[in-house]
Write a protein that binds this ligand. Structure first.
Ligand code: PLP
Length: 420
């Protein structure tokens, strides 16, 4: 069956043919490839085409696809039963591991997605402070919770929607959106300042020096909590995520993606004092039938267990090779690009100006060059995300040869784009 045939069938029973909007290729046009299987840096589609994959489940697969240790752990866990409605040892082990890695993180609660983690972290912050107002940054994505969708970057931006239909004005009445990289002035009604400490859903935007610390100080001035949404940065920038990377500690965290080893897990947490507000210890209700499900905790433990400083150094070196190579090859070909890199994360903007906030990112996307670049690369068997607001995710399975082929191909593609 061809991708086209599958897409037609999909569109009859799934809105847009997909279970998450960006996958529908709306912002790049054309037909999505339907993945049949994947291994390491590669995915293969329903027609047998091979792609060198920089999507990697939007960063969830840090080791590359189908890591044998993780697959084995999942298979062994499945043999013993997949969900019980009772606590398990592997939840305890994963929680202990995560708390030992992230500076200041003392207690966590597991969920099944990053959306739930961020949503619950917001509820916790409101419950702990007795305040309602949430301040978020334009272009930061915190999942598809009603109150957090405003100016959400990523798939929300790809669709050209500011927020979403179906979100009542009352749901966002207490949400304030401010520009990234400008320290907001908060007031004593603010429950929480939510931020992606390195923004990776409007392309990749690095916080300017001192910005995160100044956010920390402003929260302290008014008694608001600081929330780091580390769903992408967690266990990717290093064992201690953006917290260790920046040296700035928030009050509450949200994690997802890498922590589930490719299975559905999210997690939010904080100090013992803050987490004492969470039910059954405290009055902030939160729960889930499949929260901390044994397959996901087994996968998470198997993946995190393989990540040490050497692996993070290797992944950062891969990202640096890719970023420097892309910038050089594409600029030499006559195309203005910015290729930001923060540790293992890489971004790509079609502009000659540094990108420091959502308006800058939108201006780069509005050049309309991304869809042409995307399709030309895909035709050469190299898959970037089907939208201009996503980060590029090299994995530990990407070899230097993979990176060099990507750079060489991008240089040729850039030359043809520059020639118009
Ligand atoms: C992906 C993402 C989320 C949402 O996680 P899901 O697992 O897709 O619900 C939240 N915050 C950030 C920063 C993300 O990148």
């Amino acid at each position: 069956m061809t991708n086209h045939e599958l897409f037609d069938r999909a569109k009859a029973v799934l809105p847009g043919g997909v279970n998450s909007p960006v996958r529908a290729f709306l912002s790049v046009g054309g037909t999505p490839y339907f993945v049949e299987r994947a291994k390491g840096s590669r995915v293969w589609d329903a027609e047998g085409n091979e792609y060198l994959d920089y999507v990697q489940s939007y960063g969830a697969s840090i080791l590359g696809h189908a890591d044998p240790v993780a697959i084995d752990a999942v298979q062994r866990a499945a043999t013993d039963g997949t969900t019980f409605g009772a606590p398990t040892r592997s939840e305890v082990e994963l929680a202990e591991l995560v708390c030992s890695w992230v500076p200041g993180l003392e207690m966590v609660r597991m969920t099944s997605s990053g959306t739930e983690a961020a949503m619950s972290a917001i509820r916790l912050a409101r419950g702990a402070t007795g305040r309602n107002k949430v301040v978020k940054f334009a272009g930061c994505y915190h999942g598809h919770t009603d109150s957090l969708l405003a100016a959400g970057g990523s798939g929300v931006a790809n669709q050209g929607l500011v927020g979403s239909a179906g979100v009542p004005p009352a749901a966002v009445a207490d949400t304030v959106v401010v520009p990234y990289n400008v320290v907001p002035t908060l007031d004593d009604e603010t429950a929480v300042l939510a931020i992606e400490p390195v923004a990776a859903n409007m392309g990749l935007v690095e916080p300017e020096p001192g910005f995160l610390q100044a956010c920390r100080d402003e929260c302290d001035r008014v008694g608001a909590l600081l929330l780091f949404d580390e769903v992408i940065t967690g266990f990717r920038l290093g064992r201690g995520g953006a917290t260790a990377w920046s040296g700035v500690q928030p009050d509450v965290w949200a994690f997802g993606k890498v922590i589930g080893g490719g299975l559905p897990v999210g997690l939010f947490g904080g100090s013992r004092e803050v987490m004492a507000n969470v039910a059954p210890l405290g009055p902030v209700y939160q729960g889930g039938t499949l929260s901390g499900t044994p397959l996901a905790t087994a996968a998470g433990l198997a993946v995190l267990g393989q990540l040490d400083d050497d692996r993070y150094e290797a992944l950062t070196a891969t990202a640096a090779r890719l970023a420097a190579g892309l910038a050089d090859a594409m600029t030499s070909a006559g195309l203005a690009v910015q290729v930001p890199q923060v540790g293992p994360l890489v971004g790509l903007f079609f502009t000659d100006e540094p990108v420091r906030d959502y308006d800058d990112a939108k201006a780069a996307a509005d050049t309309g060059l991304y869809p042409s670049f995307f399709h030309a690369m895909l035709a050469e068997g190299i898959a970037f995300a089907p939208g201009p607001y996503e980060a590029i995710f090299p994995s530990l399975a990407h070899s230097d040869a993979d990176i060099d082929r990507t750079i060489e191909t991008a240089g040729r593609v850039a030359a043809s784009l520059a020639a118009g």
